[in-house]
Design a protein around this ligand. Structure first.
Ligand code: SF4
Length: 289
């Protein structure tokens, strides 16, 4: 009679089998002649399938991690060199510096704001504010702007960089607003970015300023301030834009865009940051300086 006992071992996929093993042509021995054999576990017939499955899961995981917006919270925390209290205090101090921060573009309604933001791409707010009073005088809404020719708009905005493309955008987006949204500006990100000349940054500025939505459109100033201070790290504006909102305390979520922007524009300047007079110099990590 053959007695078999399976004993767990530290070796993976292996078992030690204690058995009474008769050799070929021999009679079975009694229990005193038992042998301790180590036998490797049989190969898994589906090992190739398992490998493919692992590879597939690995690729999916890498694709998931590539989209940083989908990173789990514990990983997102690593995007900031400041802790929660430091981030709160930093925004609190900036809020004192720039109380009730607002856009420096002049506008009277969401349509005018949208046009002004489109014109402000790679141009200063000051230069935009010089041309918009005349433009909005003859085209105060989307219906009036849609009736203008490219040349008519271009003649007014030609002091601004990229004026040819921008004047076309203004007329085209106005026509689309009339056709699809009865001349109003939609307060929806996906709808906004489908308008001619409207990118992610423009859409987020409009949503934040005109509709009070908690968005942060990361421009060159905000990108610089976030990285220098250690508030939010990112290799480019897009990365910072994806990461920065969860790092902002709820109390400052509406103002954060303008607080970072104004601080970058007037204090933490690109070439000569005014660290000595900076209100957040004790918190700032001064990365890259
Ligand atoms: S301390 Fe200097 S680097 Fe830091 S935010 Fe202020 S100006 Fe910018």
């Amino acid at each position: 009679m053959i007695k078999t006992k399976v004993v767990a071992t530290p070796m993976p996929k292996a078992a030690e089998i204690l058995l009474d093993t008769p050799k070929k042509g021999q009679r079975p021995k009694n229990l005193t002649n038992t042998k301790l054999l180590t036998m490797a576990a049989p190969k898994n017939k589906n090992s190739k399938c398992a490998m493919k499955s692992c590879l597939f899961k690995f690729i999916i995981m890498m694709l998931t991690l590539y989209d940083t917006a989908r990173w789990p919270i514990f990983m997102k925390k690593t995007f900031s060199l400041l802790n929660k209290n430091q981030r709160f205090e930093l925004l609190n101090l900036l809020d004192k510096d720039f109380s009730n921060p607002k856009s420096e573009l002049n506008f009277n309604n969401p349509f005018e704001l949208l046009c002004a933001v489109v014109l402000s791409a790679q141009a200063t707010d000051e230069s935009v504010n010089k041309v918009t009073p005349e433009l909005f005088k003859i085209a105060p809404d989307a219906y009036a702007m849609a009736k203008l020719s490219f040349d008519e708009v271009g003649a007014i905005v030609k002091t601004i960089g990229l004026w040819k493309a921008k004047s076309q955008y203004l007329v085209k987006l106005s026509k689309e607003l009339c056709d699809k949204y009865e001349g109003t500006v939609p307060c929806d990100y996906d709808k906004l970015i489908k308008l001619p000349g409207v990118g992610s940054k423009t859409a987020k500025v409009v949503l934040n300023v005109a509709f009070g939505q908690p968005t942060i459109a990361v421009d060159t100033h905000i990108f610089r301030v976030c990285n220098r201070t250690g508030f939010c790290e990112g290799k480019n504006a897009q990365e910072v834009e994806q990461r920065v909102v969860p790092l902002v305390d709820e109390k400052f979520i509406m103002q954060a865009h303008h607080l970072f922007l104004l601080h970058g524009r007037y204090v933490c300047k690109a070439r000569k940051p005014e660290c000595e007079h900076c209100s957040i110099k004790l918190i700032c990590k001064k990365i890259g300086l």
